[in-house]
Design a protein around this ligand. Structure first.
Ligand code: 13P
Length: 340
């Protein structure tokens, strides 16, 4: 493990003013996104859409890294450049999703454990040779009256830590992603309780597996009420609860926290990030690693039509720029209308 390179790449991923684009939708997930805009999902339509994102002019000013999917890391732009080389030439770090998805946890109805550790050492070596300098593994924690169980939290934390240690051995920065879902009708208080318990176990496991905190990035959910909860929390409340929870559980040696959007609207995810960054003396960089909150309006602007590519790239750039502003708290909700 080259800890200097790991630490340098981890710091670059959460550099001020920038954040990460999660474009690692599995073939099944991207089909769902394409279905909504009436685009058939094929090897070529997926390639064309990813090329639109990766070649968007000026996006490198606001995007530090892109998470790719196994198919995508092997694809090329129309001019023949492999996607990882194209991104690297723009100063954007290529990353790769390496988990094999959340699978039902035997004996625990309604709960999952993320799989993908078998053969991971060999896959990481191949991805590093293909240009990947960071990876992502997502654990999924569902919230219900009697879940999550301690067993599900422990199983997921253990898998995340084993993944992170293997990544660092391969000189790849692990993004450690324990996602407490915002599906359901739970309150923000319940989300805070579950996020707190999740992060406690995740960091316990990272310590026991000797993961170097300076060479990783945490990708958590924000602390937020469930989508179906009658009482939705105000942005200020989300800000306070999220930062309180992170301060209690995330050591200052971690260089950065890059939030997932998890089903929040684009403007909502940007506003929450901006409000958090207005708080001063935070020990870590607070950044973004958004999938849907960076791509929704871009997909709508594109709709699979080649003539829409330039307009869709401008839409993507605008979203990336607004999130870049949120990195130091200078995004205002009024900018949505002004720039629309
Ligand atoms: P969302 O921002 O759409 O939640 O996606 C981020 C991600 O990478 C989930 O694993």
């Amino acid at each position: 493990m080259d800890s200097t390179e790991l630490d340098r790449n981890a710091a670059a991923m959460v550099a001020p003013g920038k954040g990460i684009l999660a474009a690692d939708e599995s073939t099944g997930t991207i089909k769902k996104r394409f279905d909504k805009i009436g685009v058939e999902s094929s090897f070529e339509s997926r390639r064309a859409y990813r090329e639109l994102l990766f070649t968007a002019p000026d996006a490198d000013k606001h995007i530090s890294g892109v998470i790719l999917y196994d198919e995508t890391i092997r694809q090329q732009a129309a001019d023949g450049r492999p996607f990882p080389a194209l991104l690297t030439s723009r100063g954007i770090l290529p990353g790769i999703k390496v988990d094999a998805g959340a699978k039902a946890l035997a004996g625990f109805p309604g709960e999952t454990v993320t799989e993908g550790l078998d053969g991971l050492r060999e896959r990481l070596a191949e991805y590093h040779a293909l240009g990947a300098r960071f990876a992502k593994w997502r654990a999924v924690i569902d919230v219900g009256a009697a879940i999550p169980s301690a067993t599900a939290l422990e199983a997921n934390a253990e898998a995340l830590a084993r993944y992170a240690a293997l990544c660092q051995e391969a000189s790849i920065v692990p993004i450690v992603e324990p996602e407490v879902l915002m599906d359901g009708d739970h309150t923000i208080e319940r989300c805070e309780e579950v996020t707190d318990a999740t992060l406690e176990l995740v960091f316990d496991a990272l310590f026991s597996h000797r993961v170097r905190l300076e060479g990783m990035v945490l990708k958590p959910n924000m602390v937020i009420a469930g989508k179906k909860c009658a009482k939705q929390a105000k942005p200020q409340q989300v800000t306070e609860a999220t930062v309180r929870c992170l301060r209690r559980r995330v050591p200052g040696a971690v260089p950065g926290i890059a939030f997932l959007s998890g089903g929040q609207g684009e403007a909502e995810a940007t506003l929450h990030l901006s409000l958090m960054n207005r708080l001063r003396d935070l020990p870590w960089q607070l950044s973004f690693s958004y999938g849907r909150a960076l791509q929704q309006s871009t997909l709508d602007a594109w709709r699979g039509i080649p003539g829409n590519v330039a307009a869709a790239q401008r839409t993507f750039l605008r979203r990336a720029k607004l999130n870049g502003l949120a990195r130091d708290g200078s995004y205002e909700a009024a900018m949505e209308q002004a720039a629309a």
